[in-house]
Design a protein around this ligand. Structure first.
Ligand SMILES: Cc1cc2nc3c(=O)[nH]c(=O)nc-3n(C[C@H](O)[C@H](O)[C@H](O)COP(=O)(O)OP(=O)(O)OC[C@H]3O[C@@H](n4cnc5c(N)ncnc54)[C@H](O)[C@@H]3O)c2cc1C
Length: 394
């Protein structure tokens, strides 16, 4: 009987475990260093009404052996064995590394005073400091920083966001959408300091490079993540901004795969790339589970992600590039879609901001147009009255 072992019980690990269990052959062991059962990360920064920020993963784990508080510290590839922090040895026939990512730390004096947000424990630590009228400073205007800004502001805190770059959300989100989103935050009273360097995290708040102090009881560093590759690297597996895998998610070792935020995959459309989003982690995890049990195929799924802030949803399918030819489509007062075309008029990516129901439809359609490599006339894309579904029929 094949023994499948998965390190990491996040989105990718749990989906892989379910796919392996569903095959009905072999033994599936899922190891998590966290002390709590697997949960969803998106609600950590944007709690929902039903679960708050404690939402269990939507995966049935029956028939899977799950071990919590089990940190794997070494992989002995020659022997096909893992070693845990507690000194236990665990044999595997086929191994999946689904170790995710960890928050990047600030490199300034007092950096350890800043909280981060990746795990349930992190969310609880931030929550424990929330008091009406308290002040929060978030360092980094990326997706998680902005989502947290919204959540804390909604809870009555004074919120400032400090960002070194001249704008929010970096290259992955088109500037025109990022600007609209920032304007929405500002209307709600969130303060932004762009192009601002920080010098230190002090007990009283964030000391800026110009000497000013941003007084804050809560300081959160939200400056991105780094792939969790330590285990793979010490096992001698090639890593470069992620664990290097081929288009079947297999590492240089034929018995070891990697999936999710930790994996730098060889994607048929984008080449070497690492994604950091929920659906990619789920898709890669499920795919890895299937290939580990012997199915063929190439992982070619398109990236799609969403972010909810205030009454707006941001959704992007494909990888945006500011240099690409773009066509805009206006959806009522609040909605805007940016379609990006390649040199032959085929859709490469689409980004939209607006009410979730409205833009979700457009992005789903865009996804199908990208997948089918349909040539899209610009005038049709720009016309808010045009039904783009006809492009799929033609
Ligand atoms: C606050 C927050 C909000 C987000 N919101 C969105 C969103 O709105 N939309 C979106 O598309 N994406 C969002 N994401 C991103 C998305 O959640 C991640 O891309 C996804 O969780 C990655 O899944 P994963 O399984 O690859 O890694 P993870 O979910 O990070 O799971 C990896 C697990 O492996 C464990 N692990 C690591 N090393 C070891 C070891 N040596 N031994 C044992 N266990 C180990 C880790 O502790 C962790 O539990 C958000 C992320 C965060 C943090």
């Amino acid at each position: 009987m094949t023994r499948y072992v998965i390190v990491g019980a996040g989105e990718a690990g749990t989906r892989a475990a379910a796919a392996l269990r569903d095959a009905g052959e072999g033994e599936v062991l899922l190891l998590s260093e966290e002390p709590v059962p697997p949960y969803e990360r998106p609600p950590l920064s944007k709690p929902d009404d039903e679960h708050g920020f404690r939402k269990p993963v939507a995966v049935d784990l029956a028939g899977i052996e799950l071990r919590l508080s089990t940190r794997v510290v070494a992989v002995d590839r020659a022997e096909g064995r893992l070693e845990t922090e507690a000194g236990e040895r665990i044999a595997y026939d086929r191994l999946l590394l689904a170790t995710g990512a960890r928050p990047r730390r600030l490199a300034v004096a007092g950096a350890s005073r800043a909280l981060v947000l990746r795990t349930l424990a992190d969310a609880e630590a931030i929550d424990a400091r929330v008091r009406a009228g308290a002040r929060a400073t978030i360092v980094g205007a990326g997706l998680i920083g902005l989502e947290l800004a919204c959540t804390l502001r909604r809870r009555g805190l004074e919120v400032a966001v400090v960002e070194l770059a001249p704008r929010a959300l970096g290259r992955a989100v088109p500037a025109e959408l990022a600007e609209r989103l920032v304007a929405r935050h500002e209307r709600q009273g969130v303060r932004f300091l762009f192009g601002t360097e920080i010098a230190a995290i002090e007990p009283a708040g964030v000391r800026l490079a110009d000497g000013n102090l941003l007084a804050a009881e809560i300081v959160v560093a939200a400056i991105g993540v780094e792939p969790e590759t330590a285990l793979a690297a010490t096992a001698g597996l090639p890593c470069a901004n992620g664990i290097l895998v081929d288009s079947t998610l297999r590492t240089a070792d034929p018995s070891i795969w990697a999936a999710g935020d930790c994996a730098a995959i060889d994607h048929p459309r984008y080449g070497r790339v690492r994604f950091e989003n929920w659906r990619m982690a789920c898709d890669q995890g499920a795919f890895a589970g299937r290939v580990m049990r012997g199915e063929g195929g190439t992982f070619a799924a398109l990236p799609w992600f969403w972010s909810d802030q205030w009454d707006l949803s941001l959704q992007i399918v494909g990888l945006c590039d500011p240099a690409r030819c773009a066509v805009h489509r206006s959806l009522g007062a609040d909605g805007l879609v940016r379609f990006e075309l390649d040199g032959t008029g085929r859709l490469e990516a689409a980004a939209a901001l607006g009410p979730a129901a409205l833009i979700g439809r457009e992005i789903r359609l865009a996804e199908r147009l990208i997948e089918r490599a349909v040539a899209c006339p610009s005038d049709l894309l720009a016309d808010p009255g045009a039904d783009l579904r006809r492009l799929l029929r033609g």
